[in-house]
Design a binder for this molecule. Sequence first.
Ligand SMILES: CC(C)(COP(=O)(O)OP(=O)(O)OC[C@H]1O[C@@H](n2cnc3c(N)ncnc32)[C@H](O)[C@@H]1OP(=O)(O)O)[C@@H](O)C(=O)NCCC(=O)NCCS
Length: 209
Amino acid sequence: MDLLPGHRHGSVELRLIRTRDARVLQHELLNNRAWLQPWEATIPNGAASFDMRVSIRRLLQQYRDGGGYPFVMEYDGEIAGQLNVWGVARGSLCSATIGYWVSERFAGRGITPTAVALATDAAFTEYGLHRMEICIRPENVASLRVVQKLGFRYEGLRRRYIHIDGDWRDHYAFALTREDVPQGVLARWLHGQAPPEAASIPPTDRLSI
Ligand SMILES: CC(C)(COP(=O)(O)OP(=O)(O)OC[C@H]1O[C@@H](n2cnc3c(N)ncnc32)[C@H](O)[C@@H]1OP(=O)(O)O)[C@@H](O)C(=O)NCCC(=O)NCCS
């Protein structure tokens, strides 16, 4: 497999996942059940699988097929979580979606916004993509902060959109296109130029939680 170069800013590194990450990731997933479960994608009528070797092989096959870019996020050389660019559509769309998690002990250090910025910049400048989307459950205040910080634009409420934690869940969709960030997502954020209002939810779409 051709080696995708990693991306780094400060203590945060984004690199392609490897089969030998399975043991550490499996350990983190099992030790962070209560933290991750409310936000975890599930398969309708499917059994939950915690076999990371199988998941990683599947992700790497998708990568080889051009369907995704599966990364781990490292913090000072330690695996902090996963960031997955999935659903890559080429042709007239050139778009993809980002999903992510970090272990609870790594939360609050800005690892995810940094990694999302690195991945989106790479998508726009290296992977030939034009639009990056992030979908978030309305209840997920921490994840909503990630798109707010980076100035992703709110694009709408999708009812019963993704199967999460055992049921179809409503999601808010956020996106950026290449034209939104000529200076890059990371540089725009670091220079304090990410528009703070872009991710605001209009009152008509606010769900009572
Ligand atoms: C959402 C998530 C990825 C954010 O990652 P992160 O690397 O902690 O991101 P940040 O450091 O920017 O923190 C984002 C917000 O999380 C909240 N937060 C910070 N530390 C926290 C902690 N120890 N516990 C809970 N929430 C915390 C804060 O609201 C923070 O916003 P702030 O910086 O304005 O205070 C992470 O909370 C997570 O993995 N959650 C569980 C899985 C999940 O929700 N995945 C996303 C599905 S869309």
